[in-house]
Ligand binder design. Sequence first.
Ligand code: SAH
Length: 265
Amino acid sequence: MTDKPKSHGRLAMRPTLQPRSLMDAPELRGSWVAKVITLFPEAFPGVLGESLTGRALKHGAWRLETIDLRPFGEGKHRNVDDTPAGGGAGMVLRADVLSRALDRAAEGTPADRARWPVVYLSPRGRRFDQATARRWSRAEGITMLCGRFEGVDERVLEEYGIEEVSLGDFVLTGGEIAAQAMIDATVRLRPGILGNAASTEEESHASGLLEHPQYTRPAEWRGRPIPPVLLSGNHAAIEQWRREQSEKITRERRPDLWNKHESGD
Ligand code: SAH
């Protein structure tokens, strides 16, 4: 058992004659950091270790530090939870245990929440969306607290000024899947993570609209041709078709987004 945070991803460190601090390394400067407090550090990097986010993690374009909650527990058994005050089902993560992990996570991070948000993944939170991902991607990093069981002692949220954020209106068993989803959405907005930077400007939710349909080869499949305009080479016509499709799909599927778009919010 170790209480040292575990870093995922690896940087090729070449030996140099001049000693230098790790943060001065050009590969690390500006790299975004996700610190995740969890009872299940082995669940990370999970899907974040694959494809574009995985490659970027390996190259140090962003960093992931899991902080195992268990070693901060009480007593011989490192208990992290206890029964809810007032009775009822389940267990609640203890404020004193959580605070020790939060203090560890805070080491070396700015206290300014705009530069470094500290969030608790929670179904009671404000719903996570593209605007939140964009805001977080402009910060230097983030600390995420993953709950389990019935959740966490309320006092720790108040004491640390922790923002509650929800993945959606449903209840998960723990915060880990929500953390991975939110880290994925955030990291891909950082420069140099996706191969094609333009793709984050044109995709669903970037402009408040859903994306137009996409097609690729074969030109005809099971009697279904690709819409001819896409093969016309007429870029203005293609642009217009995509715009119309995008508006139609948003109107039909998400009247809430469409109304917001129409009112210019
Ligand atoms: N008793 C709580 C739910 C606990 S679910 C309630 O009714 O509000 C256990 C943990 O899963 C939570 O502490 C939280 O970290 C995580 N979790 C569950 N649903 C989530 C959601 N929609 N978004 C983010 N995290 C969630």
